[in-house]
Design a protein around this ligand. Structure first.
Ligand code: ATP
Ligand code: MG
Length: 336
């Protein structure tokens, strides 16, 4: 490969891009703001800043849904902007390694390859890697030699549960639960209990800071609109309400982990039992989740150091370390 190489983990909520030239990772919201139907108005974090605040002629959206590409044109536009920014405004020919969801169809996987090919980023060689394998590498697991590694990635709209062995995937399951559903659960509980409508970002902040509020022994102070009076108000939300609201989703994820464990061949089960579960993805940091997972499964839970970055860090190892190059593979693009 040349030395102009980018690694991409396209998340539903955040896009993560590794740039070999600077050996660093860019994380931005995977969001785009379009003005008057066809003009690019903002992208990434700045589009997210405007979310829920923009006038009607500015349409703000996520081009990915449940981990798969929902709006190809907008996704291409975003990739082009980010890669161009990382290249100092002048695109140079480059190689790409992109992570693909494990439990996706061949057509969905190929769509990621086509995306990079057609994004206008002067792509030369395009390789793909299974997200779960990259995740394992990013958490410093020697994925090529390990027999039986259970990786659980709790993202924004999806949770991917995978069993890896000898550099490949043995079993995997993608469920449509993640940080977004946690936020929604908090929102509706607040509405039900306090007749208070809060925004998505407010609910997300309550979720992220839940552990801090608990340690401080306070509730979460939020601003919202009182449904009865129709006026903006400030309220303190008990942490217990937020935690209880998310409980069903936590259980759903853990039940699915148990199902995968039940289906795991016994020889691999031994290694999983020894090493425990590897937990990652941004939303896996939510208070009490890791602890509940450990209690319910009876397994040790290893928490990723950088939960949002483990996939892209894994990709960076594939790019930098010859030992891991063979983990990425090339797929045929669809003919146009
Ligand atoms: N400290 C935290 N505590 C709880 N949740 C967090 C924390 N930090 C980030 N999150 C949540 O993590 C989610 C984003 O994680 P991540 O970037 O891994 O998702 P994604 O890769 O974009 O989504 P997907 O994998 O589903 O496509 C958001 O829902 C965000 O609220
Ligand atoms: Mg993800």
């Amino acid at each position: 490969m040349a030395n102009n190489i980018f690694g991409i983990d396209l998340g539903t909520n955040n896009i993560k891009i590794y740039n070999l030239a600077t050996d660093s990772v860019l994380i931005e919201k995977n969001m785009i703001a379009i003005e008057n139907k066809n003009t690019l108005f903002a992208y990434g974090n700045s589009a997210y800043e405007m979310y829920e605040k923009a006038p009607a002629n500015i349409h703000i959206s996520y081009p990915l849904n449940n981990g798969v590409i929902a709006d190809i044109k907008k996704m291409e536009m975003l990739i082009r902007q980010f890669i161009s920014d990382l290249s100092g405004g002048t695109l140079k020919p480059a190689d790409f390694v992109i992570a693909v969801p494990t439990d996706a169809t061949e057509v969905e996987k190929r769509a990621f390859y086509d995306l990079v090919r057609d994004a206008g980023v002067k792509a030369k060689k395009i390789m793909v890697v299974e997200k779960a394998v990259a995740d394992g590498l990013g958490m410093d697991i020697d994925v090529k030699n390990s027999q039986g590694v259970l990786v659980v990635n709790v993202g924004y709209e999806t949770t991917e549960i995978s069993i890896l062995s000898l550099g490949g995937i043995v079993l995997s399951k993608l469920i449509k639960v993640g940080g977004f559903k946690f936020d929604e659960a908090i929102r509706s509980a607040v509405q039900r209990s306090f007749s208070l409508v809060i925004g998505a970002k407010t609910a997300e902040n309550v979720k992220i800071q839940l552990g801090d509020f608990e340690s401080a022994g306070t509730g979460a102070v939020v601003y919202g609109r009182d449904i009865v009076k129709g006026l903006p108000v400030e309220r303190e939300i008990p942490t217990k309400l937020a935690l209880e609201a998310m409980d069903n989703h936590f259980r759903n994820i853990i039940d699915n982990v148990k199902v995968i464990l039940e289906r795991t061949p016994p020889e691999l089960g031994a290694d999983i039992y020894r090493h425990g579960i590897y937990l990652t993805g941004g939303a896996s940091s939510v208070a009490h989740f890791a602890e509940m997972m450990s209690n319910e499964t009876g397994l040790k839970v290893n928490i990723a150091q950088n939960p949002m970055e483990s996939v892209v860090l894994g990709i960076s190892k594939i790019i930098k370390d010859d030992n891991y190059k063979s983990i990425a593979y090339s797929i045929e693009g669809s003919s146009k």
